[in-house]
Write a protein that binds this ligand. Sequence first.
Ligand code: AVJ
Length: 335
Amino acid sequence: MKPDERNISGRSADGCRPVNFDKRFAQDVRTGLGKYPKSLPCLYFYDRIGSILFERICRQPEYYCTRAEAEILKTRSRDIAAICNRSSRIVELGSGNSEKTRILLETFIDSDIRATYFPIDISRKVLEESAAVLKEACPPLNVRPIAARYEDGLDMLEPVDGRILLLWLGSSIGNYEPESAKSFIARLQGRLSVGDYFLIGVDLIKDSMVLESAYNDRSGATADFNLNLLARINRELGGHFLLERFEHRAVYNSEEGRIEMYLVSNCEQEVRIDALNTTVVFAEKERIHTENSYKYDPEEISLLGGHNGLRLIKQWFDSRKLFSLNLFEVSNGGS
Ligand code: AVJ
């Protein structure tokens, strides 16, 4: 029986296979847990619960990224607005709750720049809720949320006169391999025009103790966030993971310049996943690689714009030089 042949109850005839699962999620879980070493794509962290857990990470004293980036936005928003004063569209990739972006949006309004805000996020519920909060807090702002993956979302933008300011905050670029980060940014550039701007938050290479404690916070917020991947498989794919049989681990790999996150099986075990009609076998201490978070040197960041087209025009740091905000200008048509 095909997975989408369902009876009236919305369940398959055998009564136990959930049928309303996201096919792409199912396929990616099958692939990731079927290979060795095992891995799961980090974009699946961000269902509604995961997005809330991520916000909890952002409030942890060890996780400096959010506060450092907010500090830069607070002190530099006026400079950004002065440079990008011809923007008619502010587009944000992975907007989440839009909390940091608000600092920038309010400065644009104060500076009489009339731009429509297009937050793009994979979590529809979070997106709709935060759009409502924004409208309430900032009535003159025109908000047009787009629930999609990054590139699909960019393709949905209607053409409008004037410049685009594309925002990619929070150092989510760290999730890409450095080479794919470059090609992804090149693809973004292909959707922009000469005179558009690209503002990107990038986390910096620093002391490994500072990095490792940021991803192993004492209250366990990052552990809960990581384990939510398994909980999500349980919820959406009829998985039977027992979360207490897995441990969160984050280590800094200084050769690669990245934090690596894992879920480590603390015993030998078999886990049934109903929707995939499969059982996954784990050895004791076997790991699922769930995330890479690359860190950059300030000098490397201008190279992310490629050799033509995107030119780094400003780079700002927080007072402790933990994090950077980088403003690129499109100086060459999409290439
Ligand atoms: C959202 C990808 C920037 O890598 O710091 C936080 C995700 N993972 N703690 C990061 C994350 C664990 C975060 N990014």
